[in-house]
Design a protein around this ligand. Structure first.
Ligand code: CA
Ligand code: CA
Length: 323
C-alpha cells in the first residue's frame, strides 16, 4: 500500500508509537484503581482518544515540514490528509483518526479590517461587506457596514469609537464584558462583537455563514491557490462566479504575480483596486489549520483544532483546542 512508502512510513511509526505509549501508561493507571473501575475506563478512553487526535496533529506537522513552501495548493500531500488519516487508521487497532488540513490564507483575516492605511481599510470594509453579500447572508448593507466598524473598534487599541462600539457599549450588557482593544485570537471571537449574530457565523438552512471563510493571524494575505470561491469574490465586484471558476481552473499558480491565465478579470489594469488585490494575493501560506477527530474502539471521541505556523519549514503549534 502506498501509505508504507518511506516518508509516510516515518509519520505512521510516530503515530503508532505515541498511541502504544499512552495505551500502556493508561492501562497501568487503571489497574491501580479499584474504587471506580468504570470511571477509570471512561477516563482511559477519553485520554486515549485525545492522544489519537494529538498524534494526528503530529502527523500533520510532519507532512507540512516536508512540504514545498514555494507554493501551497490542495494537490500537495497536506491537501490529501483525509486519505492519509484513513490509511493510518487501519494500523490503530480499532481507533480511528480522521481530519483535514486547511490553509488559513484561504480565508479573510478579520484583523485585517483595521487596515494598514486609510485606503486599505476602505477596501477591507468593502471586502467584508461583499463576503456577506456573496454568501447571501440575511443582513442589510447598513448592518454589515456597522458590523465592520464595530469589528474595527473591537480590535483597535483605543476607546474612541470609529462608528462602531467600544467599552461603553459592552459594559452596558448583561453580563458586561470589556471591548478587546486588541487583535482577535480566533475567528469565533467575532461572536462577541456588537451586531454579530450566531447565524451570520454558523449559517442557517437558507445560507452559509462566514465560519469557513474567515480567520485571524494571516496578516490579510490571500492564497489564490486555496481561497474559497466566496473569498475570491469578496475581493472585487469584478470577480464574478465565472471569474472565480476560471481562477479555480488555473490552479495551481506557482509564482505570485503570474495570473495571466485568469479569464474575465485583468489583474494588471493598474487601477487602485487591482493594485491592492495584487498586493494581498500570494501563492503560498505559512499558517494552516488542522481539524482532527480521534476515537477509540469503545466509542470515546475527541476533536482537536490546532493552528500551525510554518516558518523555515518548521511548523509549530500556535493554537490548540480540544472539544
Ligand atoms: Ca507547498
Ligand atoms: Ca477599540
Amino acid at each position: 500500500m502506498k501509505i508504507l512508502c518511506d516518508r509516510k512510513g516515518v509519520v505512521l511509526i510516530l503515530v503508532l508509537a505515541m498511541v502504544a505509549m499512552f495505551t500502556a501508561m493508561i492501562v497501568t493507571f487503571s489497574a491501580d484503581e479499584s474504587l471506580d473501575i468504570e470511571l477509570a475506563y471512561n477516563f482511559r478512553d477519553s485520554v486515549q482518544a485525545q492522544f489519537v487526535a494529538r498524534s494526528g496533529v503530529e502527523a500533520a506537522m510532519a507532512i507540512l515540514a516536508e512540504d514545498d513552501p514555494g507554493h501551497d495548493s490542495v494537490d500537495e500531500q497536506w491537501g490529501r490528509f483525509p486519505e492519509y488519516a484513513a490509511g493510518a487508521s487501519q494500523y490503530l487497532d480499532g481507533a480511528v483518526l480522521s481530519g483535514i488540513i486547511t490553509d488559513e490564507a484561504s480565508r479573510f483575516d478579520l484583523n485585517s479590517l483595521a487596515g494598514t492605511s486609510e485606503q486599505d481599510r476602505e477596501f477591507r470594509i468593502e471586502q467584508f461587506k461583499r463576503l456577506f453579500r456573496v454568501l447571501r447572508i440575511d443582513i442589510t448593507e447598513d448592518e454589515s457596514n456597522d458590523l465592520a466598524h464595530a469589528v474595527i473598534d473591537w480590535i483597535d487599541s483605543d476607546s474612541e469609537t470609529e462608528l462602531g462600539a467600544e467599552d461603553e457599549y459592552y459594559q452596558s450588557l448583561q453580563p458586561p464584558y470589556h471591548c478587546k482593544n486588541a487583535p482577535m485570537d480566533s475567528a469565533e471571537e467575532i461572536l462577541l462583537v456588537r451586531g454579530m449574530k450566531p447565524e451570520y457565523f454558523f449559517g442557517t438552512e437558507n445560507y452559509e455563514g462566514i465560519r469557513n471563510h474567515v480567520t485571524t493571524g494571516t496578516g490579510g494575505k490571500v492564497n489564490i491557490n486555496t481561497a474559497t470561491e466566496a473569498v475570491l469574490m469578496s475581493l472585487s465586484d469584478q470577480i464574478s462566479e465565472s471569474v472565480a471558476a476560471s481562477i479555480v481552473e488555473c490552479r495551481p499558480f506557482l509564482s505570485a504575480g503570474d495570473y495571466g491565465c485568469i479569464r474575465g478579470f485583468d489583474l494588471s489594469d493598474g487601477s487602485g483596486e487591482t493594485t491592492w488585490i495584487r498586493g494581498l494575493l500570494d501563492v503560498k501560506s505559512t499558517r494552516f489549520c488542522v481539524d482532527i477527530r480521534g476515537s477509540t474502539p469503545s466509542g470515546a471521541q475527541v476533536n482537536v483544532r490546532s493552528v500551525l505556523e510554518r516558518i523555515n519549514n518548521r511548523p509549530r503549534i500556535v493554537y490548540y483546542r480540544i472539544y
